[in-house]
Design a protein around this ligand. Structure first.
Ligand code: FES
Length: 127
């Protein structure tokens, strides 16, 4: 989970009832494009810029992925919130929703994440 910094400011994205599961909203906050993603009952927020070549990352599909495994073993993450990813629409790199880390290069390639919460019936982003 992403925690907000002491200087983060609160931004209302939408009323909860107007932001259904499976949707992504792109918002501009402090000059940054940020994707707020509602996936399987959980909200995530990521910078909408792919670290590879700058694609609008959050326009990509949200899905699970095949986890590393032994030969002939297929371990699909499915709806496991720890391993849901957004697939970059340009070249297909996968970034985890929970921490923005690349699936293939988690130590060197990541996208910024932000805290998002539901407060008093509103989806709220902290940037
Ligand atoms: S720009 Fe995202 S994978 Fe290339």
């Amino acid at each position: 989970m992403t925690t907000k910094s002491a200087t983060a400011t609160r931004h209302v994205v939408a009323p909860l009832e107007e932001f259904p599961d499976g949707e992504t909203r792109i918002v501009e906050v402090k000059g940054r494009s940020i994707g707020v993603i509602h996936d399987n009952g959980t909200f995530f927020a990521l910078r909408n810029v792919c670290p590879h070549h700058g694609a609008p990352l959050c326009a990509g599909r949200v899905q699970g992925f095949m986890r590393p495994s032994e030969p002939h073993v297929y371990d699909y993450s499915g709806d496991d919130a720890d391993d849901r990813v957004v697939l970059c629409p340009w070249h297909g790199y996968k970034f985890r929703l929970k921490d923005g880390r690349s699936v293939t290069e988690p130590e060197t390639s990541r996208v910024r994440t932000y805290e998002v919460a539901v407060e008093d019936g509103e989806v709220v982003l902290y940037v």
